[in-house]
Design a protein. Sequence first.
Length: 238
Amino acid sequence: MSLDAIDVVNWSAIPNPTWHRCDDPERVAHALRLLTVSTTANETGDAASLLAGSGFVCGHAAMVFPAAYAATPILLDLVEHGQRPRIKDVALGLLSNALDYFPTAGHNRVDTPYGAGVPLCCAIARHIRHRRSALLAHGIYGKQLLAEAELHWRLTIEEVEPQADCSLTAIAVLEGAPFQTPVEAELHTPPFEQPVRTVQIDALTADASGGACIELGQPSEAAPGSALYPAECGRREH
């Protein structure tokens, strides 16, 4: 794997929630470089310990940091193209931790190319879902990570139709696994700098292609291009 993917990230622009030097995102970049080029079990283990102990996640506190969003595609590259099986396994374990752990208060959202203020876990999960083939090829642990990412669903609204009872029916594209309704969701409406609103999804019908029909059970400002995420994900924080 090329180190260019690490070097192109502006790590200094990523917040460090604790302000501790050991949690500096630049240290995450350094640890990713060490992991990428590691040739011995000790080198791989040392790099993994750096990532698991600061800046990326903090294992003993079950905490994930904002830098994990930028690091996730790099770790997925290692899962797919890492030079040694142990590097692939370490990357997979770190990704699982990033998805499981909770962010620090006030740092549970990231800005992405497809919207601002996306819950950190959902942004990480979307990266993971985009590598479906590589993860399925990695065996049971790759499948488990993918299944967990599927729970952090995303709905993109394509068409809306107001109903007489003030509810709203919408045609959408579902990324992730179908879920039980009713459920609370975050509504992100273009332009995505607008405040996030909470709505209730009363019904969901989805097919294998990801096409979905949803019913929003309260008046909302949902419009074509709006995105919905699990409301519980937006509330995840220490």
